[in-house]
Design a protein around this ligand. Structure first.
Ligand code: NAP
Length: 246
């Protein structure tokens, strides 16, 4: 078990990629905090994780609002004693071409995807610096590196997150904190399920491996970064995209 007795707080973990990360980490022996907007879905995920034989706690959290974040981390540390791993996974899209993109759609995406990662990481480093150990792993995207028509807000937020990750890595390496990112390509989730079949087929033609990835493919990269195997890795981005960007 790669994460035995570690504690991990994962944002947006009630469904999709975050949920797969939570399940994967629990199978590796970690105790898991599921932080999500929807507390009923988060409770259901926590229940599922407890059935795997580890501890799990559901926490209602909006990552874009600074007010609740310190309290959520306090709650987590009270329950589990320490915070070894933070996964900044919560993210949204509000697509539109730049000319038609509303300012509120720009703000909403940047507030959750980028500011949310900053706010959660800021609270996490306070705890991790005292422990002299911690892993912060943030979920970026392939579009941070190649852009995507209709996703100015989303690609900017995910590119910003890479700069933030490298900065945390430099500022906190001396305190034993590693910060890395995982950049998924197209992954089969609720976020991509809604796309028209024709668009999905066109996307698959851009992927050398010829198919969308699974949430578990992303989870495996996150688990590697969270584990001791990656203790000498910081400030890096692991690309999980079937080869669509190299
Ligand atoms: P998802 O299925 O939409 O799941 C996202 C989760 O985050 C949901 O449970 C959502 O809760 C929660 N969330 C949204 N806003 C939040 C907030 N302010 N505070 C706390 N939780 C919040 O998305 P996914 O496809 O699993 O994506 C997970 C991450 O991977 C995102 O950062 C996404 O950008 C990234 N990613 C996904 C893909 C892909 O192909 N799917 C590719 C590259 C990167 P509600 O449902 O209650 O809003």
């Amino acid at each position: 078990m790669k994460l035995k007795n570690n504690t991990a707080l994962i944002t947006g973990a009630a469904q999709g990629i975050g949920h797969a990360i939570a399940i994967g980490m629990a199978r590796e022996g970690a105790n898991i905090g599921i932080a999500d907007m929807n507390i009923e879905k988060a409770e259901a995920a926590a229940e599922e994780i407890r059935a795997l034989g580890v501890k799990s706690l559901a926490i209602k959290l909006d990552v874009s609002k600074s007010e609740g974040i310190a309290a959520a981390l306090d709650r987590f540390v009270q329950e589990f004693g320490r915070l070894d791993i933070l996964v900044n996974n919560a993210g949204i899209t509000k697509d539109g071409l730049i000319l038609r993109m509303k300012e509120e759609d720009w703000d909403a995406v940047l507030d959750i995807n980028l500011k949310g990662t900053f706010l959660c990481s800021k609270e996490a480093v306070k705890v991790m610096a005292k422990q002299q150990y911690g892993k912060i792993i943030s979920i970026s995207s392939v579009v941070a590196f190649i852009g995507n028509a209709g996703q100015a807000n989303y690609s900017a937020s995910k590119a910003g997150l890479v700069g933030l990750t490298k900065t945390i890595a430099k500022e906190y390496a001396s305190r034993g904190i590693r910060a890395n990112a995982v950049a998924p390509g197209f992954i089969q989730t609720a976020m991509t399920d809604g796309l028209p079949e024709k668009v999905k087929e066109e996307m698959k033609r851009l992927i050398p491996l010829g198919c969308f990835g699974l949430s578990e493919d992303v989870a495996n990269a996150v688990i590697f970064l969270a584990s001791k195997d990656a203790d000498y890795v910081t400030g890096q981005v692991i690309h999980v995209n079937g080869g669509m960007y190299m």
